[in-house]
Structures are given as structure tokens and as C-alpha cells.
Design a binder for this molecule. Structure first.
Ligand SMILES: Nc1ncnc2c1ncn2[C@@H]1O[C@H](COP(=O)(O)OP(=O)(O)OP(=O)(O)O)[C@@H](O)[C@H]1O
Ligand SMILES: [Mg+2]
Length: 271
């Protein structure tokens, strides 16, 4: 059965697009047929992170408006033949995404894919609402800081109230993905601790993605970090998160500050 997953956050710049690409690729590496869908009309970022920007001909709006068939707009990944991108339009008006059209495209995607991963725009405006509308499961991307947690709390409220599933009286499955986690800053008290975030948001933890240069390097070469640098800490955390989405139980790794750990060990030995 196909699953529609929305990657959402409320606050901008927290790592939604990065996470959509990384989780989409990880699910595809596990043998699933995956479509990542860019709902961020006007900004069009997912194609860059996926390294497909020069191959975009048709986009989500063309398909929603009936100007192109779904198969014409889908771009197959160069590296993984089970991974596809449905890009967003950079130029068109956001209002061109009609709710009936989006519903039709999502139904069609469900016929062809195991996982449909929707990259939401920031905020709680129409685009974000359309991205979450048909989701079966939501990943709420949050940075360990107060403003991000507050916006995630708002988006959790929206997920429970405004989605098709919520309107049918069904429970909306939600997972917390803590991203850009900096262990050193958390230890110094400059960031919220994992437990603090969990206590405020009170949804199950899907993974903790460390702040890492590997993510920036992957973005620069236009490849999901899980594909280009699978042994890096963020890739491993994303791969585990994807496996948890598939129902596997995997122990959670909380990123530790290596220097802090070393000095603690050293300190203990010296004592
Ligand atoms: N774990 C990480 N380590 C380091 N940098 C990261 C990490 N995750 C994301 N970033 C960087 O943070 C920036 C924002 O990430 P991204 O575009 O994925 O966020 P977004 O939530 O999709 O933003 P927007 O709301 O604008 O769509 C990018 O430059 C990205 O490379
Ligand atoms: Mg984005």
C-alpha cells in the first residue's frame, strides 16, 4: 500500500528539503519505489538538492492544470532507478495549485509509488496546507531552538485539524525529526536538549540529525546525503529514520560531542 509522507515544519530553513531528499533516497535504497514532490512553488529547491535542475521540463503545476501527464513531469534519478522527482515551478503563481488538482495528482501518484514524500514550503499558508492535505504520515522537522519548536507545535495542530485524514476522524501519524543538532552547543546549554523538545511537542522521535558539513557538501554536488556520503553521521541518522518509518525498531543514537567526551574520559583517568 502506498504511503504519502509530508515533511513539514512551520519555521523556514530548518532542513525540510534536505530531509525530503535524504529520506526519499534512503527509502528508495531499501527497494521502495519513491516519488519526492516539491510543493514549494516559487522557490523550487528540491531539484537542486537532487541535482536535477537542468532536467526540469514540466512541473507539479503543469500536471495539476492538466497541461502535462504525470509521467512527462516525473524525473528519474540518475543514480537510483527507483527514485523520482516531481519538481515545483519557479515562475508560476502559487494559486495555480488547485485543491482538486492536487487531490487528483496525489491519487495518481499513489497508483505508481510505494512512498510519496512531499516537501512542504515554510509557514502555515495555502502551500503548506496543500502539501499536508493528503498525507498519511507527517515528519515534523524541528531545530533545537525555541522559535522552531513553537512553529512545530502550531503545525502539529494543523496536522490534527486540517488534513483529509483528520477530517475523516482518523488519527494523523506524526514523527519528530530533530535536525541541525549540535551536541557541543546542547552541552553548553545554548540549544534546547532533546528531552526538552520531546516534552514540549510530545510526538514520537524519528531521528536526530547532527549539524554536519556532509549535508552542505551533498547539497553542493546535488545529491541526497544518504546517496553520496552514506557513512557520514547525518546519512546514517537519515537511513535509520527511513527504516523506522518502514516500521523497524532501531535504537536511537544521540549525537555526542567528541571533544567533550574525550575530556570527560581524560578527566576521569586523571582524577
Ligand atoms: N544537518 C545539517 N547540517 C548542516 N546544514 C544543514 C543541515 N540540514 C540542513 N542544513 C542546511 O540548512 C539550510 C536550510 O536547509 P533546507 O533548505 O533543507 O531547509 P528548508 O526547511 O527546506 O528551508 P525552507 O523553509 O526555506 O524551504 C541549507 O543550507 C542546508 O544545507
Ligand atoms: Mg525547503
Amino acid at each position: 500500500m502506498s504511503q504519502v509522507l509530508v515533511v513539514t515544519s512551520g519555521k523556514g530553513g530548518v532542513g525540510k528539503t534536505t530531509s525530503t531528499a535524504a529520506i526519499g533516497a534512503a527509502l528508495a535504497m531499501n527497494g521502495n519505489k519513491v516519488a519526492v514532490v516539491d510543493f514549494d512553488v516559487g522557490l523550487r529547491n528540491l531539484d537542486l538538492v537532487m541535482g536535477a535542475e537542468r532536467r526540469v521540463v514540466y512541473d507539479l503545476i503543469n500536471v495539476v492544470q492538466g497541461e502535462a501527464k504525470l509521467q512527462q513531469a516525473l524525473i528519474r534519478d540518475k543514480r537510483l532507478d527507483t527514485l523520482f522527482l516531481l519538481p515545483a515551478s519557479q515562475t508560476r503563481d502559487k494559486d495555480a495549485l488547485t485543491s482538486e488538482g492536487v487531490a487528483r495528482v496525489m491519487d495518481e501518484l499513489r497508483e505508481h509509488f510505494d512512498w510519496i514524500v512531499c516537501d512542504s514550503p515554510a509557514g502555515i499558508e495555502r502551500g503548506a496546507m496543500l502539501a499536508m492535505r493528503h498525507a498519511d504520515v507527517a515528519v515534523v522537522v524541528t531545530n533545537p531552538e525555541v522559535s522552531s519548536v513553537r512553529d512545530s507545535d502550531r503545525i502539529i495542530g494543523m496536522l490534527d485539524a486540517k488534513t483529509a485524514k483528520a477530517e475523516r476522524g482518523e488519527y494523523m501519524e506524526k514523527h519528530l525529526l530533530l535536525t541541525r543538532y549540535d551536541a557541543a552547543r546542547a552541552e553548553r546549554g545554548q540549544m534546547l536538549k532533546v528531552d526538552d523538545v520531546l516534552e514540549i511537542l510530545s510526538i514520537p522521535l524519528l531521528g536526530i540529525i547532527p549539524e554536519s558539513e556532509a549535508v552542505l557538501n551533498a547539497s553542493n554536488v546535488g545529491c541526497p546525503v544518504t546517496l553520496v556520503d552514506g557513512d557520514s553521521a547525518p546519512a546514517k541518522a537519515y537511513i535509520d529514520a527511513a527504516r523506522r518509518l518502514e516500521g523497524e525498531e532501531i535504537p536511537m543514537v544521540v549525537p555526542m560531542e567528541r571533544r567533550g567526551l574525550m575530556s570527560k574520559l581524560f578527566g576521569r583517568r586523571a582524577a
